[in-house]
Design a protein around this ligand. Structure first.
Ligand code: FE
Length: 258
């Protein structure tokens, strides 16, 4: 269960110039709708939104983000991939902010299907990733995470906080009432992540490659778009687990049943 004081968000990292905020749980979440996490980075008073979500979440995310920053100070919106729970609110977000959108270059021509999109404000990230300088001088790294699950997917590594935002990697599906903000007991968390990763991730060849890349960043936390945030020992436990995971085309016969 998520504590009442965390429903409207929780600061995961904070120093004088920089903070990284989890934007809270949806108190009116509907059974059967994928639970999503949104995050806000504020650096020298300017904002970056990570996967702000679909249309039905828009009003709540606007309200929660506004508790931390005024919308006209949001310069950047990042979409990890093209799924509707990540990006279907694009036209609404372009309307209420002056932000530029960053997304894999693979999805540039698909996003207009979510509404009227000014393509001049959408920047395609090239396959190998890129770096965005923040006002205080430190950087956000757009790190490749292709095929996990989307064929064009990026993570964001926030150098200053050491938090790695991983999109669908690390996602959990909780039974009602079992939601938590953090993963503190990886073994207890495993039943909530296993089925999702086995079916949605493409192959161990990719999960192992990604685990090496993610480990090289030495993240302090892993923040996924669904489920709970990995911290302390659960970060390493998760990276070890996914490095060895057989999934997707590794277990094709069990998915096709023959
Ligand atoms: Fe997805």
């Amino acid at each position: 269960m998520i504590a009442a004081e965390d429903v409207n968000g929780k600061v995961l990292y904070k120093d004088d110039d920089h903070c990284f905020v989890w934007l809270g749980a949806d108190p009116e979440s509907v059974t059967g709708v994928v639970q999503t996490n949104q995050y806000l980075i504020i650096n020298k008073g300017r904002g970056v939104l990570l996967d702000p979500g679909g249309i039905h979440l828009f009003a709540r995310v606007v309200a929660t983000a506004s508790r931390y920053i005024s919308l006209d100070r949001i310069d950047t919106i990042f979409f990890s991939h093209q799924d509707p729970d990540v990006s279907s609110g694009i036209a609404l977000w372009l309307g209420v902010t002056t932000a530029k959108i960053y997304v894999s270059s693979l999805w540039l021509r698909f996003l207009p299907h979510f509404g009227i999109v000014d393509q001049r404000r959408v920047i395609g990230i090239e396959e190998t990733g890129s770096t965005l300088k923040l006002p205080a001088g430190n950087s956000l790294k757009f790190v490749p995470a292709h095929f996990l699950h989307s064929c064009g997917q990026f993570n964001v590594f926030d150098e200053r906080s050491g938090i790695l935002f991983t999109g669908d990697i690390g996602a959990a599906v909780f039974p009602p009432g079992k939601e938590t903000v953090f993963v503190d007991d990886f073994n207890a968390h495993l039943p909530y992540i296993e089925a999702f990763h086995k079916r949605y991730m493409v192959a161990n060849k990719v999960t192992a490659k990604w685990a090496r890349l993610a480990s090289s960043l030495s993240p302090k936390m892993i923040a996924p778009q669904h489920g709970a945030v990995y911290r302390d020992a659960s970060v390493g436990r998760f990276l070890d687990w996914i490095a060895k995971l057989e999934c997707g085309i590794d277990i094709l016969d069990s998915i096709y049943k023959g």
